[in-house]
Design a protein around this ligand. Structure first.
Ligand code: SF4
Length: 704
């Protein structure tokens, strides 16, 4: 049952089959693929065999790409908020009307308070067109949930230690690792394609997999050691592992002597975090802590303590990421074979354009003095700075991010911000909850109908990949580059948009590196040789991008700002009686709420399930398949969610996949199906170092 969406046909007939290159946009990983058509009609999407980035394959969600194109609930025309009979509603308007309205408002904001008061909130590769527009307009004010609600603490923690981030895609050398340690990282449940493939290959090579997770996750089931840790105690375990490595003289001393500072302070710092003491906090037996530390050391430097991705847990997340980075440093695995590699991208020249005007304000001016190590805008900070008559921001351009589901407990703030702001523009393909807060909704076409920038990620094998239209945009949707150019024209910024078609810009860039659009339209992916080794050479002198030019086990930067220079363990809040920790994660067939309305993927997984331990289920008299509602301590009650009774979760927690429980009725398949975990979160632990939104300290109970 496809609910109005035609399925792609399973096999071609006798017609002419063509293949058009694409880059998947079903998640951020950017796998290159090909769109096959027969006589111009969609057949299927597969991976591009030449794409080393994806191993030539697409995951389930990528193969479900036709569903995004065919979804009958897509946004079809520009919409504007109007008041009819005293009630607000949306009315279809022409592109001219919508763009004219936005440009008049943006001009007014620039003239009255300055262009920096116009903020962009975004997610995804297509946002680059609008970042370009906003910077040409004079605003560099920008934030994305991918920072404060996801990987920000990890990137800041690694940068404070190594001077570089763990990168995206992660620079883990799993292809050569002999030991991999996962802390709350659910590779296989989060189906980041190439990473899953390399982990599967590593397991075939008999890699030692150590998984630390209170839940018996998919990777826990593949592990030599599963450490079912008490939630919130990971820093204690990491410090105990450091204690064992130092106490048993298992660190890579030569590497540390050459590259690191602060070893003596660290040794002193972790002296009291003995496995025996840490056992009482984590529930992990001292002999297991010692054995796993020895396994890591035995395989080092081909050991990866994985940096993870969704790193916002308990508000001390930059420090936990620092602890992961420090542990990797003790093992000598940073930029060593089997540990981490040095990523490389193509030096692709920027298209010659006028310089952007210098903004008078940065994003951080909206929340002065807060979160000194935030390397990007902090979403909660900019939302708070958009509320009230003296708000810092007076306009928003929101691209591809559904804030009500990305940021817990934000709905009241979004309502207040929408009431305060002079302009809220939302550019989207789907009628997400965020579109309900807009003054103007601009329907972007899907990734299968547009050009975007070339993929040029820093990784093991440098490559370029092309996304190009396989189809004309359906309905009245338009490509992001076209929308940005039209707004630029109306704002007097034509000099920043000299191309008639984005293909011209891409062709110019490709010709600078010896290729062309014509070539890329044929091959989709072009691989280039590396210009430097994948790892440090033996004894190589390295200047790290830290203040000391060394790996900083002890961080003077943190100390100077009043933070702990080395990670310190703080016990988590206890679980209130009658409540359970709310644990959440991914499922392989969906990219959170972005894909739950996709008619093809909906068939695979229409709803999320609530994992409940059998003893807890018996206490509450619930069975697998029952529907329950959950309540949070602040009185919020969830939609119904289906129970899955399983011993794979402990007595103190429940678990569900994020991205369900949509409220937007225009998402006709998924609206009201499953429960939304973020709506149940009220106990948010903000990371004082970089502003991350710690979301794992929330509790729920069953509502009878
Ligand atoms: Fe698409 Fe899957 Fe690759 Fe993400 S991991 S880009 S969804 S194929």
């Amino acid at each position: 049952m496809l609910s109005g969406c035609e399925a792609a046909r399973p096999l071609p007939g006798t017609g002419t089959v063509t293949a058009t290159p694409t880059i998947c946009d079903m998640c951020f990983w950017k796998c290159a693929g090909k769109v096959y058509k027969e006589d111009g009609e969609l057949w299927k999407i597969t991976g591009n065999d030449d794409d080393l980035h994806s191993g030539g394959r697409l995951c389930t969600r990528g193969s479900g790409g036709p569903g995004a194109y065919l979804d009958p609930d897509r946004l079809k025309k520009p919409l504007m908020r109007v008041t009819v009979d005293g009630r607000q509603t949306f009315q279809e308007v022409s592109w001219d009307e919508a763009l004219e309205y936005i440009s008049i408002k943006m001009r007014s904001i620039a003239d009255t308070v300055g262009p920096e008061r116009m903020l962009m909130l975004s997610h995804g590769a297509g946002s680059a067109h609008f970042r370009h527009l906003m910077r040409a307009y004079g605003s560099d004010s920008h934030a994305e949930p991918a920072f404060a609600q996801c990987r920000g603490p990890r990137d800041v923690g690694f940068r404070l230690t190594f001077g570089e981030s763990a990168n995206s895609p992660e620079r883990t050398d799993m292809a050569n690792a002999r030991c991999i340690v996962l802390l709350g990282s659910h590779i296989g449940e989060n189906l980041h394609n190439a990473q899953v493939q390399t982990l599967a290959e590593a397991l075939n090579r008999d890699v030692t997999l150590i998984t630390v997770d209170p839940r018996f996750s998919v990777p826990a089931g593949k592990s030599k050691h599963w450490l079912p840790i008490k939630p919130g105690t990971d820093i204690a375990l990491l410090l105990a592992w450091m204690n064992v490595l130092i106490d048993e003289d298992l660190c890579d001393t030569e590497y540390l002597n050459r590259y690191a500072i602060g070893f003596e302070q660290l040794a002193e710092h972790v002296r009291d975090y003995t496995p025996e003491w840490v056992y009482l906090e984590t529930g992990i037996r001292p002999d297991v802590i010692r054995e796993t530390a020895r396994e890591m050391a035995k395989a080092a430097p081909a050991t990866i303590v994985h940096p993870g991705r969704h790193a916002v847990w308990y508000g001390d997340d930059t420090q936990r990421s620092r602890a992961i980075a420090i542990l990797n440093a003790l093992l000598g695995s940073w930029n060593r074979k089997g540990g981490f590699y040095i990523p490389e991208s193509i030096a692709l020249p920027a298209y010659p354009l006028p310089a952007y005007p210098e903004p008078k304000h940065t994003t951080a001016d909206a929340y002065p003095g807060k979160w000194p190590f935030a390397s990007q805008g902090v979403t909660n900070g900019v939302i708070d700075a958009s509320i009230g008559k003296d708000a810092f921001f007076t306009g928003w351009l929101v691209y591809g991010t559904n804030l009500p589901q990305s940021i817990p407990g934000v709905e009241d703030k979004l309502k207040a911000a929408a009431n305060s702001l002079d302009l809220v523009v939302v550019v989207e393909t789907m009628p997400s909850e965020m579109t309900g807060y807009a003054d103007v909704i601009l329907p972007e076409c899907t990734y299968l109908e547009r050009y975007d920038d070339l993929r040029n990620s820093g990784e093991r094998n440098p490559s370029l990949a092309l996304r190009m239209p396989a189809f004309e945009p359906r309905y009245e949707s338009k490509p992001g580059w076209w929308i940005a150019k039209q707004l630029g024209h109306r704002l007097g910024l034509d000099a920043y948009f000299p191309w008639e078609d984005y293909a011209e810009k891409l062709d110019w860039q490709l010709r600078q590196v010896g290729s062309s659009l014509e070539e890329m339209q044929r091959i989709g992916v072009k691989n280039f040789p590396r210009s430097r080794p994948l790892y440090y050479l033996e004894g190589e002198r390295v200047a790290f991008r830290t203040p000391s030019r060394k790996i900083e086990l002890y961080s003077q930067q943190l100390a100077e700002k009043g933070f702990d220079p080395m990670p310190v363990y703080t016990p988590p809040d206890p679980v209130p009686k009658g409540y359970y920790r709310l644990n959440y994660g991914r499922m392989p067939s969906h990219t959170f709420g972005k894909t739950t309305n996709n008619p093809l993927l909906f068939q695979l997984a229409p709803e999320n399930q609530l994992w409940v331990n059998p003893l807890v289920a018996s206490e509450w008299d619930i069975k697998s398949g029952d529907y329950v509602r959950l309540g949070s301590p602040n009185g919020t009650v969830s939609d119904k969610v289906r129970v899955r009774v399983t011993e794979r979760i402990g007595l103190d927690s429940v678990f569900m996949a994020h991205g369900f429980g949509h409220k937007s009725k225009r998402l006709r398949l998924t609206a009201g199906v499953g429960a939304d975990d973020s709506a149940l979160m009220s106990n948010i632990k903000v990371d004082p170092i970089m502003g991350g939104t710690g979301m794992r300290a929330n509790f729920v109970t069953f509502v009878r």
